[in-house]
Write a protein that binds this ligand. Structure first.
Ligand SMILES: *[C@@H]1O[C@H](CO)[C@@H](O)[C@H](O)[C@H]1NC(C)=O
Ligand SMILES: *[C@@H]1O[C@H](CO)[C@@H](O)[C@H](O)[C@H]1NC(C)=O
Ligand SMILES: *[C@@H]1O[C@H](CO)[C@@H](O)[C@H](O)[C@H]1NC(C)=O
Ligand SMILES: *[C@@H]1O[C@H](CO)[C@@H](O)[C@H](O)[C@H]1NC(C)=O
Ligand SMILES: *[C@@H]1O[C@H](CO)[C@@H](O)[C@H](O)[C@H]1NC(C)=O
Ligand SMILES: *[C@@H]1O[C@H](CO)[C@@H](O)[C@H](O)[C@H]1NC(C)=O
Length: 746
């Protein structure tokens, strides 16, 4: 029963790790130049063969290995032997293996390379695994469900080991120095995405001078960053994002001239960002977002001329952008969003950033006009400048950004909406355009040719909410054949809802709430193809949008959208002056999840056909003049978690059964003629009481799920650390929160 609504909630790992993957690959190639070419020379050792068989017998898989006893085990799939017939390599990646790793594996004492990555192996590692496999050079057990502590029963890494990847398992405990000590040749150590705790084991650098790559991210490491890393003189990549690490980056960190990547996002790193960091001239990636950094961006940051990713968003940085920044000419991604940076943006020359693809300066204190020099960054695909204090108009120069697909400048003080639309329609690649909270009290041109015949050919999301715009809902919107999401809420649009909206082939999220719209709800508008027809409903846009849309940026565990398909299909028409009946055709909207018609002057009965909307999760019909009974068929709406008909003239018994047993009295108050549970007014004794409007009732009137369109802009994609992305489904809200506006700042 949950499946249906959870189709949205894709848990996807945001990659961004391609960079490091390449590095890891480079390490492999460096270390194991003869991969795949090794062939068997002698026939298989009996002990090894029997051990392999008992390993295999200990697990199950849906596609069996062709390990036939009649064949020399050195020819078995995934097995290679050394010249003496001993198994030297066991490579069973992604073979669907399920179960425990048999203790027999410890007999394969000549193993040099072991990979069991991307299976469903579970349980603890066999006792003394590493002590037994003392010739091991590389081990990859990543992406399984292995658990337990590493140093159990005095185990420790073997002396020849170069590469250890235990990432994405359920290992726990401290990474003990006795476990690491013998590993004098270690090059790469990845324990990310487990449950390790304690201080980061920088002691690893004392044991091996050859370490290039360390990844501790996504664990529960705590304490401060130890000084020890300063001795890792070959270190290129150091990641420890999403732990609970405190304090500042230690000074000797900045002597690591080989460092190419520092990635510590999502911790509690505090204090100013030391100017020493500009000595790390090999740095390509600096990710310290979502920490507690204060003070200015080091003014010599331009010395980091190899920087490609500079992600410092969600800190408390202040001051102006250093002029030297323009010397970081290799930048492809720049994110300073959600800080307290200030200064006149138009004073910055962005024209050196020939490779810049995304720039996010949103939620800061920048002022001045839109920086025209940004328009000379030929590779830009995403710009976010929302929630600053920018003034002026959008200038025609922006049309030279022909790759621009995401543009958000919401919540500033721009003027001339008509000019802005005319100019931006020339950015042919625009897919997401967020202009809300600007252009206050202007009138939006209704001229058909404001947007040329090929204007906005790719626009999927248009947000123009909270501008107090007046006029009619403009006819040029009818040309936006790719539009999927339209937010015109909180304006002062008048007139009827145009019928042509109902034929926009891709529209599945329509928010016209809180305007001055009048007239009747037409059957045409209720015929949005994407909400009506199955084949259309399946065409939801699954591609990623350029910058994720965060809902509550200050909270890391909050929801973010980076796919449109995660948005609930919805129509919000609440807070207008609509009148007349709800047409029975409403029953066509089979794929809608949220419907809000509250706070209008709608009348007549609630059509029984609403019970055909079997995907409905939220339905708000409160604050209207509906009469008659609540159709009892509504109890068949199994996903309905939020429902209100408060303040109408409904009468008769409240349906019982199904989701109706879960709604509180707030859903029904203000209808003197209603009786039954949960009002506690027996149906035999109708005329006695008249319910008053309680505060809880008021709250239930607010049914909107999302506001990110209007405001909803946070900051960018996490680059190197996987971020679990969830769709906003009502199932994820705790009970009781169903009717409240889940709301957001930027
Ligand atoms: C076993 O399967 C592997 C991969 O599917 C194949 O390369 C190998 O030749 C097979 N071995 C035998 C003995 O059939
Ligand atoms: C460590 O492993 C994770 C997978 O669990 C991977 O995403 C990450 O890129 C690896 N770290 C490095 C530095 O290669
Ligand atoms: C940028 O680099 C050039 C050449 O290295 C240097 O002359 C200039 O001063 C730098 N600009 C800033 C603002 O640091
Ligand atoms: C708005 O912008 C357009 C296009 O740039 C321009 O032609 C027009 O004069 C502007 N209107 C006002 C009132 O500034
Ligand atoms: C972050 O959000 C999650 C889920 O919405 C909530 O449980 C948690 O308490 C929030 N944390 C903070 C610090 O606000
Ligand atoms: C819009 O920006 C102002 C400051 O410029 C800020 O105070 C306000 O919180 C922002 N609005 C939203 C909804 O974030």
């Amino acid at each position: 029963m949950f499946l249906n609504s959870l189709h949205n909630s894709s848990s996807s790992l945001l990659c961004g790790c391609c960079f490091s993957f390449m590095q890891l690959l480079a390490v492999f190639i460096l270390v194991f130049p003869c991969y795949g070419t090794r062939t068997s020379q002698a026939s298989c050792n009996q002990l090894d063969r029997n051990s392999l068989l008992s390993i295999y017998n200990g697990v199950s898989t849906s596609s069996p290995l062709n390990w036939s006893v009649s064949i020399d085990c050195c020819s078995w799939e995934g097995v290679s032997c050394a010249y003496n017939g001993r198994v030297s390599r066991l490579w069973l990646n992604s073979r669907g293996l399920e179960g425990k790793i048999s203790i027999s594996i410890t007999n394969l004492s000549h193993l040099r390379q072991l990979s069991l990555a991307h299976n469903q192996l579970s349980g603890h590692l066999p006792e003394r695994l590493f002590l037994s496999l003392n010739r091991l050079e590389m081990i990859d057990l990543s992406y399984n469900s292995l658990s337990g502590q590493l140093q159990a029963s005095g185990d420790h890494l073997p002396v020849f080991i170069k590469t250890v990847d235990l990432s994405s398992n359920n290992f726990e405990g401290i990474v003990h120095s006795l476990f690491l000590q013998p590993a004098r040749n270690l090059i790469s150590f990845n324990v990310s995405n487990n449950s390790f705790y304690g201080q980061l084991p920088s002691v690893i650098c004392n044991f091996s001078a050859s370490i290039i790559l360390l990844d501790f991210s996504l664990n529960h490491f705590n304490g401060s960053i130890p000084f020890g890393f300063g001795t890792c003189s070959n270190l290129r990549v150091l990641r420890a994002g999403f732990n609970s690490i405190m304090g500042s980056l230690p000074g000797n960190f900045f002597d690591l001239s080989t460092l190419q990547e520092i990635s510590f996002p999502g911790n509690k790193i505090s204090g100013p960002l030391s100017n020493g960091i500009v000595n790390l001239t090999s740095l390509k990636v600096l990710e310290l977002y979502a920490n507690e950094l204060i003070g200015p961006i080091p003014h010599e940051v331009g010395k980091l001329s190899n920087l490609e990713y500079l992600l410092l968003h969600m800190n408390y940085l202040n001051g102006t952008l250093p002029l030297s920044l323009m010397n970081c000419t290799r930048l492809t991604k720049l994110n300073f969003g959600v800080n307290s940076l200030s200064g006149e943006l138009s004073g910055i020359d962005f024209s050196n950033f020939l490779r810049l693809r995304t720039i996010d300066l949103g939620t800061n204190l920048f002022n001045g006009s839109f920086p025209l020099s940004i328009a000379s960054c030929p590779s830009l695909t995403a710009i976010r400048l929302s929630t600053n204090q920018l003034t002026g108009e959008i200038q025609p120069e922006i049309q030279s950004l022909q790759s621009l697909s995401f543009f958000s400048i919401a919540n500033n003080s721009l003027t001339n909406i008509t000019g802005a639309i005319r100019i931006l329609s020339g950015c042919k690649n625009l897919g997401v355009l967020l202009l809300s909270k600007n252009f206050r009290h202007e009138s939006l041109s209704n001229e058909g040719n404001l947007v040329g015949s090929d204007g906005f050919p790719n626009l999927m999301v248009l947000a123009l909410g909270r501008c107090q715009l007046n006029g009619k809902i403009p006819i040029w919107l009818a040309k936006l054949g790719k539009l999927e999401v339209l937010d015109l809420s909180e304006n002062a649009f008048t007139g009827p809802i145009p019928n042509w909206l109902g034929v926009l082939p891709n529209l599945f999220y329509l928010d016209l709430s809180n305007n001055l719209l009048s007239g009747q709800l037409s059957a045409q508008v209720l015929g949005l193809p994407r909400l009506v027809r199955k084949q259309m409903a399946d065409e939801v846009h699954y591609s990623y949008i350029e910058l994720s849309l965060f809902v509550k940026p200050y909270n890391l565990s909050s929801l973010q959208y980076n796919k449109l398909s995660s948005l609930p299909p919805a129509i919000y028409l609440n807070g207008n002056h609509l009148s007349g009946n709800i047409p029975v055709e409403i029953g066509q909207l089979k794929f809608i999840h949220n419907l809000d018609l509250s706070d209008n002057q709608l009348s007549g009965i609630i059509p029984d056909s609403i019970s055909y909307l079997t995907n409905l999760e939220r339905l708000n019909l409160s604050e209207n003049q509906f009469s008659g009974e609540i159709p009892s068929s509504l109890k068949n709406l199994h996903f309905l978690s939020s429902f209100s008909v408060a303040n109408n003239n409904l009468q008769g018994p409240i349906p019982t059964g199904g989701q109706f047993d879960t709604f509180s009295d707030a859903s029904f108050l203000g209808n003197p003629g209603l009786c039954g549970q949960p009002l506690g007014r027996p149906c035999t004794d109708l005329r006695k009481t008249t319910a008053a409007l309680s505060p809880a009732d008021k709250e239930s009137l607010e049914t909107k799920v999302i506001f990110w369109l209007t405001f909803g802009i946070g900051f960018g994609i996490s680059f190197s650390v996987s971020f679990v992305t969830v769709g906003l489904s009502s199932r994820m809200f705790p009970p009781g929160s169903c009717c409240r506006r889940i709301f957001y700042q930027l």
